[in-house]
Design a protein around this ligand. Structure first.
Ligand code: AP5
Length: 211
C-alpha cells in the first residue's frame, strides 16, 4: 500500500523475483486492458483511470477474483493497488476465504509529499512491457527508450498535475481507511520509502520477515 508514486510498483516488481510469487498490480491490469483495441474492459475503465477516480468496486472484485484464482497465484502473490476501499477489503476477504488463503502482511510505504511530486513528474513508463523508469533516479540507458524491450517510453496520462491531485484526494478519502482497517487487524507495517530503491527493498524484506 501507499499513495500514488510512492514506489509500490517498483518494489513489487523486484520482490516478485525474490519471493517467486506473481506481482498482481490492478493498475497494470487496467492499463493493459485500456491499450487493447476493442477490449470491453478497457473501454469501461478508461474514463476512471485517466481522471484519477477509482474503478467501481464490483468490477474490481470480479477482476481480482479471476486473477487470484489462476494457477500461478496458488502459492502466494504480492498485491499492489488492491484493496483501495473498505468494500474491496470485504471482497478480498471473500476471495481469500474461498481460496483458503490469508494475507500475511500489509506493507505500507511512506515518503514526504515533495518526493512523491518528484517521483511522479519524472516517471516514464514502457507501454509495451510496463517497466518503470525515472528521469533522474532510474534513467534508461538510451533517453526515451525502454532498456528491457526497446519500445518508446511514455508519460502516463494520469501523471498530469490535475489528475495527480485527484488521485491524492481519492487516496486520502478512500484508501487510508483501508490502512486503518488492516492496522486494527494487526497486519499493517509502515515502511520508510525514502532513499535508494535497494535500501527500501531491504526494509520491506525485514518487514516480511516479521511474518
Ligand atoms: P495504480 O497504477 O495502482 O496507481 P497508483 O496507486 O497511483 O500508483 P502509481 O503506479 O502511480 O505509483 P507507484 O507507487 O507504483 O510508484 P512507482 O513504483 O511507479 O492505479 C492507477 C489507476 O488505476 C487508479 O488511479 C485507479 O483509477 C485505477 N485503479 C487501480 N487499482 C484500483 C482499485 N483497486 N480500485 C479501483 N481503481 C483502481 O514509482 C514512481 C516513480 O518513482 C518511478 O519513476 C520510479 O522509478 C521512482 N521511484 C520508485 N522508487 C524510488 C526510490 N526509492 N527512489 C527514487 N525514485 C523512485
Amino acid at each position: 500500500m501507499g499513495p500514488p508514486g510512492v514506489g509500490k510498483g517498483t518494489q513489487a516488481a523486484q520482490m516478485q523475483a525474490l519471493l517467486g510469487v506473481p506481482h498482481v498490480s490492478t493498475g497494470n491490469i487496467l492499463r493493459v486492458a485500456i491499450q487493447q483495441e476493442g477490449s470491453p474492459l478497457g473501454a469501461e475503465v478508461r474514463k476512471f483511470v485517466e481522471s484519477g477516480r477509482l474503478v467501481p468496486d464490483g468490477l474490481m472484485g470480479d477482476l481480482i477474483a479471476e486473477r487470484l484464482e489462476r494457477k500461478d497465484a496458488r502459492d502466494g502473490f504480492i498485491l499492489d493497488g488492491f484493496p483501495r476501499t473498505l468494500e474491496q477489503v470485504a471482497i478480498l476477504d471473500g476471495v481469500l476465504g474461498r481460496l483458503g488463503m490469508a494475507l500475511d502482511r500489509v506493507l505500507m510505504l511512506k515518503v514526504p509529499e515533495s518526493e512523491i511530486v518528484r517521483r511522479l513528474s519524472g516517471r516514464r513508463t514502457c507501454p509495451a512491457c510496463g517497466t518503470v523508469f525515472h528521469l533522474e533516479s532510474r534513467p534508461p540507458a538510451v533517453a526515451g527508450v525502454c532498456d528491457a524491450c526497446g519500445a518508446k517510453l511514455i508519460q502516463r496520462p494520469d501523471d498530469t498535475e490535475q489528475v495527480i491531485r485527484e488521485r491524492m484526494k481519492v487516496y486520502a478519502e478512500q484508501t487510508l481507511p483501508v490502512a486503518e482497517a488492516y492496522g486494527s487487524r494487526g497486519l499493517l507495517i509502515e515502511i520508510d520509502g525514502f532513499g535508494e530503491v535497494d535500501a527500501v527493498r531491504s526494509r520491506l524484506s525485514t518487514g516480511l520477515e516479521r511474518v
